[in-house]
Design a protein around this ligand. Structure first.
Ligand code: C5P
Length: 294
């Protein structure tokens, strides 16, 4: 039996860090939006073991890869003796703050559950996902969500009316940012480390309006503070997009990707052209229509 799955990415419309916790993680509130730029994963049942291949040879294909670890956790939780062969076709940039690897892990859990006859209930999948990484439970569902705790407690939300018919453009500068590095360096920015609670609910409410204008100033990411200090070009990207037609622009997650929201796909494509004539042709870019209510 063979399964082919798309594995989408996300952007954080808001990432508000509330403080450092005793366990070393950070308490946060984040509004996560699925974005239809996807990796592809192919799954096939085998007699035993886990075999992973990937088109990007710089990525590990053993337990250094979240896909492999997700498959291991699934087999351990179900006790199945059969194996799986997985191929990962990467299109989403890595270490970008777009949740590519987290999405791949969640897609693997869902696919294996399908491939092996729904062996695990969704609560168990959520528990395994949260153990593998803070962002992974979000990708077990396909709606926007408010996530709290360390990001693993996910409250799915209806698609935001303010983003209906909008387009996302994504830019990756060609270098990645390590998530642990970003969180560690937040310590030097006390205001960003200790954000006021409630921004997530406020922005979610503003996005219920048809008009993005009221919501746009509330887009915020605490992790821009350390990222912009080390990589000032990311601040230049954001400011350029905001002053050249984007309705909103922000770094996603722990970076290094920046996203902009535009009124339409052609508007986003025109903005990319402007961006490339200002900063050169070398950045990875993508334009996609916003995922909205089916
Ligand atoms: O959970 P995940 O594996 O994605 O986290 C990677 C690293 O990011 C953690 O080891 C931690 O350093 C940092 N992190 C954090 N607080 C969070 C999420 C991640 O400090 N809420």
């Amino acid at each position: 039996m063979f399964l082919l799955k798309q594995s989408p990415c996300k952007v954080n419309l808001l990432l508000n860090i509330l403080g450092k916790r005793a366990d070393g993680f950070h308490e946060l509130e984040t509004l996560m939006q699925p974005v239809n730029v996807c990796d592809e994963l192919a799954f096939e049942r085998t007699r035993n073991g886990i075999e992973l291949s990937c088109n990007d040879h710089s990525l590990p294909t053993d337990s250094g890869n979240l896909v492999f670890r997700a498959a291991e956790s699934f087999r351990a939780a179900t006790g199945i003796s059969e194996g799986v062969k997985i191929h990962l076709e990467k299109k989403i940039p890595v270490a970008a703050g777009l949740g590519g690897g987290s999405g791949n892990a969640a897609t693997t859990l869902l696919a294996l559950n399908e491939l092996f006859g729904g062996a695990l209930p969704s609560e168990k999948l959520i528990h395994i996902a949260a153990g593998l990484g803070s962002d992974i439970p979000f990708f077990l569902q396909d709606k926007p969500a408010l996530a709290v705790g360390r990001g693993e407690q996910v409250q799915p939300l209806d698609f935001f009316p303010a983003l209906r018919n909008k387009a996302f453009m994504l830019i990756h500068p060609g270098f990645g940012i390590s998530t642990p590095w970003a969180y560690k360096n937040l310590a030097r920015f006390p205001a960003a480390l200790n954000g006021p609670k409630g921004r997530g609910k406020k922005l979610a409410a503003l996005l219920q309006s048809d008009d993005l204008n009221a919501a746009a100033p509330e887009f915020y990411n605490s992790l821009e503070a350390p990222a912009f200090e080390k990589f000032p070009v990311l601040k230049l990207f954001k400011d350029f997009l905001a002053s050249n037609g984007a309705r909103a622009a922000l770094m996603s997650g722990s970076g290094s990707a920046t996203f902009a929201i535009c009124d339409s796909v052609p508007a986003a494509e025109a903005l990319i052209e402007k961006f490339k004539s200002r900063f050169g042709p070398n950045c990875w870019t993508a334009v996609v229509r916003n995922v909205s209510q089916p």
